[in-house]
Design a binder for this molecule. Sequence first.
Ligand SMILES: Cc1cc2nc3c(=O)[nH]c(=O)nc-3n(C[C@H](O)[C@H](O)[C@H](O)COP(=O)(O)OP(=O)(O)OC[C@H]3O[C@@H](n4cnc5c(N)ncnc54)[C@H](O)[C@@H]3O)c2cc1C
Length: 521
Amino acid sequence: MRTQVLIIGGGVTGTGIARDLALRGVHCVLAEARDINAGASGGNHGLLHSGGRYVFSDPEAAAECREEGLILKRLAPHCIENTGGIFAAVEGDDEQYAADFGTYCARAGLSATPLEPAQAREMEPVLSDRVFAAWEVEDASVDPFRLSLDNMAQAVTLGSRFLRRTRVVGFEREGGRITAARLVETRTGREVRVEADVIVNAAGAWAGEMAALAGGHIEMLYSKGTLLITHSRMAKRVINRLRPPGDGDILVPGGTVSILGTTSVRVDRLDDIRPSIAEVDRNIDQMVGLIPSLETTRYVRAYAGVRPLVKSGKGGSDRTVSRGFTLLGHEEDGLENFVTITSGKLTTYRLMAERTANLVCERLGVTAPCLTRTEPLPQAAECRWTEPGVAPKIWLKGHDRDDQLLCECEMVPVSAVDQIIDSFSADGGAPRMKAIGRRSRVGKGSCQGSTCGMRLTGHMYERGMFEGDEGLDALREFIGERWRGKRSILWGPQMSQAELQEAIHCGLFDLELGNDNGMEE
Ligand SMILES: Cc1cc2nc3c(=O)[nH]c(=O)nc-3n(C[C@H](O)[C@H](O)[C@H](O)COP(=O)(O)OP(=O)(O)OC[C@H]3O[C@@H](n4cnc5c(N)ncnc54)[C@H](O)[C@@H]3O)c2cc1C
């Protein structure tokens, strides 16, 4: 296969780069070892930062977040819920920091309006009556799945290719040039060779590994963060603890739920990243002073992601852009056509993609300007099902009695699932259940796959997508993914739900849920 640019990694950065380059007329192939947003882009808080979190520690990154947040709200409004946000402090928090917050915001060019404690509590009744200071900011909540899917969908429409479940395993190098990349389709083991003029390493936390394979060097640190999903939405706005950034200090609304987090734990390895009980406890303990009901609310799931942190770039000619993200041209490694983009934030992904595409175009001799700063992100029909509430609205309007619900918690009908399945046929591959769950709300409701998992399996058998025991293996994989996130929050109603699920899946299908011994006590 031949292309102008091979992009490694299908997170928000890689898919954003694919769209940016495609809009400049550059042909790309994007290879993703697993699936869209399988890394940090699918394991984050979903907060479109106003910048308020960084005004004290990193005003430059705060200003960057503010500007990018405004651009995304204008150009990709369908991926964003413009909730607004509140920073609030409770007795015991640093009074000086709370008083100076407005000055820090002004210094970084951010708007922040002071609120009386009573006013803040009226706006968000979940806040404690011990709140003594509050500010209103321009935070919002963003759907990272929709963002990446829509970016990739437009790149594909413009001629790019997406290779899902295709891992880059090596490079062929002649002097300072990488002439081709060696890839393996993880499902079939088939080898694929891609010749490209430029290779972009957007592999997130795996960027160090990719650079090493190419003969380059990046020293990476990995910081794991755990987040919790509440059963229902607890507040209209994003609620931040008014204090310097720390663990468990943000609650973000995500459609019908709220997301509480996050922790920061240094890890050495990238395999088997999962939320731990200690991190779950820490998130709740840290935020319960500001939002007392977090102590008794039902949590449906926890999940974790890894932030890639670059310890140091190598050499003077590499480009290190702001403290937020790192763009490396690898000249010091003697590489002419290899580029790494890593670290940063979901909020600034577009800017990261723009800067990367500028460097790539410089190397390709392409002079077309970046359009993502001005062109709206189109909404691909098959990407809309990640948004809570969309499937029920469309289903209820349709009044089609034959369009059965596969997922009752999130009201996802057969027609929505079929649209997702059909969208895969363009690239020849059939999706597994996990891939459908990634592109919809299936499995994300209160039952966490107990009922919809079985229905989806049955539907896929009916469509001829499974033979023999294949469906049972796929169901085990689907349920296993949900179980990963439930095992650290097993108390109260979620424990009862898990017991019901065990009875159904083990009793009816002999599916073993937890057959590894990695559970923390
Ligand atoms: C806990 C947590 C909370 C966060 N919260 C927020 C937030 O609220 N707001 C915000 O703005 N930012 C947040 N972030 C940061 C944000 O998630 C990341 O900046 C962003 O998702 C990084 O995207 P990426 O595409 O660079 O990396 P990733 O999403 O990790 O993508 C890299 C991809 O590369 C693929 N890959 C790896 N190796 C190979 C290979 N050999 N071949 C092919 N593919 C490969 C992986 O499978 C992966 O899908 C958070 C991060 C974490 C961890």
